[in-house]
Design a binder for this molecule. Structure first.
Ligand SMILES: Nc1ncnc2c1ncn2[C@@H]1O[C@H](COP(=O)(O)OP(=O)(O)OP(=O)(O)O)[C@@H](O)[C@H]1O
Ligand SMILES: [Mg+2]
Length: 403
C-alpha cells in the first residue's frame, strides 16, 4: 500500500488565515481533506500585532479545517512574511580529505554547515539556508555533487533571516492553539512551489504574490532561488487609494475594487463598460475607479522590478512575471505586467490538487498549497512535480529495456 502522510499548512495572512489539511501520498497529488478560512484579525502587513486576536482567528481557521476533515491537527507548516525578512547569498567551502576523494552526503551537510556559519545578529533568526548550486574543484553549476571526485567542495546558498521578535510572536500564536510547528517557510518560496513550473525556475522567472498587506517576491534562475524580498504594499493600499480618491467608506471601496476594478492598460479597456457603477448607495465613475487601480498596480509592479537592474531583465528572467496572491484576481493585471516588463506575464493559480480543493483554485491560496508541497518535498514525499520527473524516468527505463 502507498505510504500516506497527512500534512497541515497554516497561512497567517493579513487578510485571511487559511488552514489546509491534505493527504500527501507517495503515488498521488495533494488530496485536500480540509480547508478552514477565517478573516484575519490582529495582523498588519504580514505581522502579528495583537497576539490574542491573531490566536483566536488561527484557532477558528484550524477548527473549521478539522471539522471538514475529521482530523485533529497536531503540527503544521507555517508561512513567514513581513518587511523584517531579509536575504543574502553566501558561499560555504570544505575540503574532501578522504583518500578516495569522493563527495559523500556527509560532505553536503558539512559544506552547508559552513555556509550557515555566517554571523547572524542576536535579533535575527535563520529561517532557510537553501543550496543554489555546488562547485567541485572550482567547476561550478553542479546540482548534486554526490559521487563526484574532488579535493574541494563549494556551495552557493541563499540565506533568509527574519526578526526574532516577529517570528516569536507568530510561534507564540501557533503554540497558543496547541499546534507544533513542523517548519517555518518563507511565503514567496511556498507560493512558488504551487504556481511556478520547473521550466520557469530554470530559465529565470519572477514570482510576485500580491496579497492584502505584502507583496512577496521570489526570483528563480537556473532552477534555484536567486533572490527573495517582501514589500509592504499590496491590495490594502489599492483599496485605500480608491476610498480616499473617490470619498468612499473602505468596505464599499473594497467591494467595488473586487467587482469592477481593472488594471487593464487604457488602450485595452473595453469601450462598452458602464460609465458609472454603484455599490451600497455610492455611485462613482468606472473610469476613475480603474485609473486609481491601474496607477497603484503599476506602482507595485515597478517596485517589484526594482529588485532587478533594468539592463538584466532579458538575460536574468526571460520567463517574465508570474503574479499570484488575492490581488492577482484583478482583471487585466497580467496585461499590465507584460506591458511594463516587455516579457511574458501570467497569473499563477494553484493546480494539481484533488479532494475538496475548489476553494483553493484561486491565486489567494498559492501560499497555503505551496506550504503543503514544500512540506512534502522536505519530508521526502513525492508530489506531482517530483512524480512527473520519476514517471518520465521510469518510462524511459522501460523504453531502453525494449531497445
Ligand atoms: N477579485 C479581486 N479583485 C481584486 N482584488 C482582490 C480580489 N479578490 C481578492 N482581492 C484582494 O486580495 C487581497 C487579499 O489577498 P490574499 O488573500 O492573498 O492576502 P493575504 O494572504 O491575507 O495577505 P498577505 O499575504 O499580504 O499577508 C485583498 O486586498 C483583496 O482585496
Ligand atoms: Mg498571503
Amino acid at each position: 500500500m502507498a505510504k500516506r502522510t497527512t500534512l497541515t499548512s497554516i497561512d497567517v495572512g493579513t487578510t485571511k488565515i487559511c488552514t489546509t489539511i491534505a493527504d500527501m501520498s507517495e503515488r498521488s497529488n495533494a488530496r485536500i481533506i480540509g480547508v478552514g478560512v477565517a478573516p484575519s484579525s490582529g495582523l498588519h502587513k504580514g505581522l502579528v500585532v495583537n497576539i490574542n486576536e491573531a490566536k483566536e482567528t488561527i484557532r477558528e481557521s484550524v477548527r473549521k479545517a478539522e471539522q471538514a476533515s475529521n482530523y485533529k491537527v497536531e503540527s503544521a507548516f507555517v508561512g513567514v512574511t513581513g518587511r523584517h525578512v531579509s536575504s543574502i547569498n553566501n558561499r560555504g567551502v570544505v575540503a574532501i580529505t578522504r583518500n578516495d576523494r569522493l563527495v559523500r552526503r556527509d560532505d553536503l551537510r558539512r559544506v552547508l554547515q559552513s555556509a550557515r556559519s555566517i554571523k547572524v545578529p542576536s535579533d535575527r533568526k535563520l529561517i532557510h539556508v537553501i543550496p543554489r548550486g555546488y562547485a567541485v574543484d572550482g567547476q561550478p553549476g553542479i546540482k548534486n555533487p554526490v559521487g563526484m571526485h574532488g579535493f574541494r567542495l563549494d556551495v552557493e546558498t541563499h540565506i533568509i533571516t527574519a526578526a526574532v521578535t516577529s517570528v516569536q510572536n507568530l510561534i507564540k500564536c501557533i503554540h497558543g492553539v496547541g499546534i507544533e510547528i513542523e517548519d517555518l517557510i518563507l511565503e514567496p518560496l511556498a507560493s512558488s512551489e504551487a504556481v511556478l513550473s520547473e521550466d520557469e525556475k530554470q530559465v529565470g522567472t519572477i514570482l510576485a504574490d500580491i496579497g492584502g498587506g505584502t507583496t512577496d517576491i521570489a526570483i528563480f534562475k537556473d532552477g534555484s532561488i536567486w533572490h527573495t524580498s517582501i514589500l509592504p504594499v499590496a491590495g490594502y493600499q489599492i483599496t485605500r487609494d480608491i476610498a480616499i480618491g473617490l470619498g468612499l467608506p473602505f468596505d464599499v471601496a473594497e467591494e467595488m475594487k473586487k467587482r469592477y476594478g481593472s488594471a487593464m492598460p487604457v488602450y485595452e479597456s473595453k469601450v462598452d463598460t458602464p460609465s458609472t457603477i454603484s455599490e451600497d448607495g455610492h455611485g462613482v465613475s468606472y473610469q476613475d475607479l480603474c485609473d486609481i487601480v491601474r496607477a497603484r498596480v503599476e506602482e507595485i509592479i515597478r517596485l517589484i522590478l526594482l529588485e532587478l537592474p533594468r539592463s538584466e531583465y532579458e538575460t536574468l528572467v526571460p520567463g517574465g512575471l508570474v503574479l499570484t496572491g488575492g490581488s492577482a484576481n484583478l482583471s487585466g493585471i497580467e496585461i499590465l505586467g507584460r506591458d511594463i516588463l516587455q516579457l511574458p506575464s501570467r497569473v499563477g493559480v494553484p493546480t494539481n490538487m484533488y479532494g475538496i480543493a475548489d476553494t483553493l483554485r484561486d491565486p489567494a491560496y498559492a501560499t497555503s498549497v505551496g506550504l503543503l508541497l514544500w512540506g512534502a518535498k522536505n519530508k521526502g514525499l513525492q508530489t506531482w512535480k517530483t512524480r512527473r520527473f520519476s514517471l518520465r524516468h521510469f518510462v524511459s527505463r522501460i523504453r531502453n529495456l525494449f531497445r
